[in-house]
Design a binder for this molecule. Structure first.
Ligand code: PLP
Length: 282
């Protein structure tokens, strides 16, 4: 059972974990976050997440006041306090409480943990759907807390039986609201957009394992290339590698998860196992 969160450096019971109503995260939407999984008590690929989170705070002029080493210590402290083996952790840094409700003074920093549900296997067996919308995230390279578009269209996403909304600019594909996207071409090249996106940690691991077996390109992917792809999949910390078989009214390939996506799924899992082995304290 998860009992503790950490608010501004203090461990507190989660039902007492509050911030002020005039926090800039709430009233101006000014904040960044990160989210990662913990397996067997180990935060997966933690150095990558810590680096990205601190980078997000720096890019948004938020002074977290922690370096990578001390942030990692805080993360392990919270994992130890809750003593759970498998969970998700969210780090959030906002503009904080502001006298004039506009100018940041001191950031707020929150660390939360959540139970993780099992994956719904059907999405991996049958493949997932996406719907698409013309949209570009502000500050694409920063994991900002702004999911306004994704949440606004959630009813349409659910109505279509989709898992996520995919962002494009009319010509080129970017990413989905909470995941990066990859295509597999008919001649089995793997391509993932490299511009105006959040650089996912799962994307990074995927490109690493994929490039050992397939030609891999990071570049603009046109909407046409997407429709004509043999396979499409999305990657995120929670979804890992999820096959996509339909986007709006377009069926991808033969409408079934493809062999390349499945192979990458097991290669990714192997890289997680490998990571867990390498971090085991003997
Ligand atoms: C979190 C996120 C991703 C996926 O990143 P991971 O590090 O793999 O979880 C992709 N795009 C956006 C907009 C995100 O917020």
């Amino acid at each position: 059972m998860i009992k503790y969160y950490n608010i501004n450096g203090q461990l507190v019971e989660k039902n007492q974990a509050t911030v002020h109503v005039n926090d800039l995260g709430l009233i101006r939407g000014y904040g960044v976050f990160d989210y990662f999984l913990i397996e067997s008590g180990q935060p997966l690929f933690i150095d990558d997440y810590v680096e990205r989170f601190i980078n997000s705070t720096n890019l948004m002029q938020l002074d977290l006041g922690l370096d990578q080493k001390s942030l990692k210590e805080k993360i392990f402290e919270l994992i130890d306090a809750n003593a759970v083996e498998d969970a998700g952790m969210r780090l959030v840094c906002t503009g904080g409480l502001s006298d004039d409700c506009y100018s940041p003074v001191e950031p707020s920093f929150m660390m939360m943990m959540y139970p993780v549900g099992g994956f719904s296997a059907s999405k991996y067996i049958e493949g997932a759907r996406l719907i698409s919308v013309d949209y570009q995230r502000d500050f694409p390279e920063v994991k900002t807390t702004n999911y306004t578009m994704g949440i606004k269209v959630l009813k349409e996403v659910k109505k279509a039986g989709a898992v996520e909304v995919l962002y494009h600019d009319g010509s080129f594909v970017r990413e989905s609201v909470r995941a990066n996207i990859f295509i597999v071409t008919k001649d089995e090249r793997i391509i993932t957009p490299g511009n105006k996106i959040l650089r996912g940690i799962t994307r990074k691991q995927t490109t690493k394992v994929a490039s050992k077996y397939f030609p891999l390109e990071e570049r603009e992917v046109s909407v046409n290339e997407l429709k004509e792809a043999k396979e499409v999949f999305i990657t995120s910390s929670t979804k890992r590698i999820m096959p996509v078989v339909q986007i709006d009214d377009y069926q991808i390939g033969n409408g079934q998860p493809g062999a390349v996506t499945k192979k990458l799924g097991s290669l990714f899992r192997a890289s997680v196992e490998n990571y867990l082995q390498s971090t085991k304290v003997s």
